[in-house]
Design a protein around this ligand. Structure first.
Ligand code: ITT
Length: 199
């Protein structure tokens, strides 16, 4: 059974392999990098779900294989949900995690918000070459630190402290993060759907 994974983010690939394997899904998960001819998808959707579906459909069409995609980001309450779907390029350059995080902390520095509530969101989409599609979502609620802590994970992990935790996501082990994360929740919910539609 082969599933293509419509992401070029190496951190997502690592997390998804572990999440799907731990959930007992026996699939040959191939990253989009293995298909250099696949089109670069413009993320023109206005929601995580729309963008995840765009990415999954594009790769399913390009490869003729069932494709899964992740669209995710950090939503900050006091910023009305930003960076949201713009999380990967908040500071301008796509995937510059450190610049994105520094800009966000700078923007929050002058904001009067003692709670600093935020959540990670993830939409997990499955698309088949025949056009069948499914999408599910997961969230991780938390608060934002004033300074980064921890070396694990990626993106905004060093500043998001999950509710009930004393550590940031970047201070959790990969197993601990996957057990509670937005991505873990979304893709564990997608597993029975993959079983039903892909076999
Ligand atoms: P693909 O589109 O190729 O999958 P991408 O990195 O561009 O890769 P997104 O558009 O979904 O993916 O943007 C996700 C961004 O949201 C990512 O760059 C991080 O800044 C942030 N993010 C998502 N999940 C995260 C997590 O688990 N921990 C920390 N930051 C996360």
């Amino acid at each position: 059974k082969r599933l293509v994974l419509a992401t070029r983010n190496a951190h997502k690939i690592t997390e998804l392999r572990a999440i799907l394997t731990d959930a007992g899904l026996d699939v040959d998960l191939v990253g989009a990098n293995a298909y250099p001819d696949a089109p670069d998808v413009k993320e023109t959707g206005v929601t995580f779900a729309e963008n995840a579906l765009l990415k999954a459909h594009a790769l399913a069409q390009a490869t003729g294989l069932p494709a899964v995609a992740d669209d995710s980001g950090l939503c900050v309450d006091v910023l009305g949900g930003a960076p949201g779907i713009f999380s990967a390029r908040w500071a301008g350059r796509h995937g510059d995690d450190r610049a994105n995080l520094d800009l966000l902390l700078a923007q929050l520095a002058d904001v009067d918000d003692p709670h600093r509530a935020a959540h990670f969101a993830c939409a997990a989409a499955l698309a088949l070459p025949n056009g069948t599609e499914r999408v599910v979502e997961g969230r991780l609620e938390g608060t934002l630190r004033h300074a980064p802590a921890g070396k694990g994970g990626f993106g905004y992990d060093p500043i998001l402290q999950p509710l009930g935790e004393t550590r940031t996501c970047a201070e959790l082990t990969p197993e601990e993060k996957n057990a509670i994360s937005h991505r873990g929740k979304a893709f564990r919910a997608l597993v029975p759907v993959v079983r039903e539609l892909v076999g």
